[in-house]
Design a binder for this molecule. Structure first.
Ligand code: ZN
Length: 68
């Protein structure tokens, strides 16, 4: 499986925002294409191919299925 990473900086750490509260974020890492959340969040948002994600290290954000 191809390694998915940020197209700008190459980081594999990202976060998603809570759709109901933009100040609530959930950090995760892509490990061999698997989503690994940084903490055991009580209520992880579902991550799908067209969900919006943000890079933890640079300003890139986009859809999960845009990752190279
Ligand atoms: Zn990045």
């Amino acid at each position: 499986m191809a390694k998915e990473k940020c197209p700008v900086c190459g980081s594999q750490k990202f976060y998603v925002k809570d759709p109901e509260d933009e100040y609530e974020i959930y950090e995760f890492e892509l490990n061999e294409g698997m989503v690994v959340f940084a903490e055991r969040y009580e209520d992880c948002p579902p991550l799908s191919g067209d969900g919006h994600i943000y890079c933890n290290r640079c300003i890139w954000h986009g859809k999960m299925n845009e990752l190279k």
